[in-house]
Design a protein around this ligand. Sequence first.
Ligand code: GLU
Length: 425
Amino acid sequence: MVVAFKPEIDHDSSPYQTALAQFDRAIRYLKIDDGVADFLRYPRREFTVNFPVRRDDGSIEMFTGYRVHHNTVLGPSKGGIRYSLAVTMDEIRALAMWMTWKCSLVNIPFGGAKGGVVVDPKTLSPRELENLTRRYAAELIPIIDPHTDIPAPDLGTNPQIMAWFMDTYSMNKGYSVPAIVTGKPINIGGSLGRNQATGRGVITVMMEALRYMGRKDAESTRLAIQGFGNVGSNAALAAHENGFKIVAVSDVYGGVYNANGLDIEALMAYVAETGTVDGFPGGEACTNDEVLTSDCDVLIPAALEDQITARNAGRIKAELIVEGANGPTTPEADDILRDRGVLLVPDILANAGGVIVSYFEWVQDLQSFFWDEDEIYRQLERILTRSFEATVMTAEKHKTDLRTAAQVLAIQRVADALTTRGFYP
Ligand code: GLU
């Protein structure tokens, strides 16, 4: 008998419940066996590690980390590692499931995984951050490998952390294994374009969506961006290069709004100096919530899960939302936005640029043959444009929203591969 999976809920709002609710919406449009659907609800493996880290004052502190492999039907599992105090098993499980659908949707040969450590990286010295990363990497050795599971950066992690990760793994093997992680620095086997890929991809997909809506003029299109980390800042740069006007940005410290458009070059210089957009003199101060509901045409949530909810979805003024973050919109907010005629390009499509260039990085590392930047961006745009078109066609066919359509395509592909492979034993 098939029993519906009842995961533990350890959040006020559970990202995994959101992921399951989205899944249940999508499978209504699919002809898949109930047992296959249930198989896809479960993560394949869940790994928890508790490990010690020596602080600079000589004391020892314990930390908890996770790594979840949601699905490995299409290939080795792929997904980032986040360092954040909000990390829970529930969150990592949801993010791993979204990685499965993301890789499947854009047709790259990976399954889905995610990892995380419960830590605020800003409270650690560089030395402590290295110690924590090396120990967490060592703890994951039994379940990672270039052919089984390949981590990458996510919230709170960066190329330097990936370098320590790669070095720890390589030291344990006795030889260099660049393909163990993606998002590494270029000088140790990273790919050109990887650092910019997610934010740049968000703008590529946004431009496809604007074209689809019949809106062609960049200068008169006003963007609001929540989050100014790797995704938000690179999206802002790419949007600026393409002539769009950015009227609002925010980060964890605060936000800034300017109806005439922010001076992005001055803003970048300010962030490089102060580490935040808060206090930027080229606009008025505003809160994160005010960025989400600001007067703009396109909203790009590029921070955390659970930002666009039933509380604020009715007040959003944008006609287009492009999800740079994973899981920023709840299912209730999806309904409100759809009823209000707001077009939403879902995370698994909008922010897939990162994992697509991660795939290129992994291929380059395995072959020890590196591509130039033009080739990377050409292939990235080709995959994103094709995936956008396929999603729109599926949405039109089933008369549904783009999130459901993207999940329909992604889930069908994994279910078909699973059925072709058959069940073991
Ligand atoms: N963390 C990114 C994401 O959520 C990238 C994952 C990867 O490159 O493996 O898509």
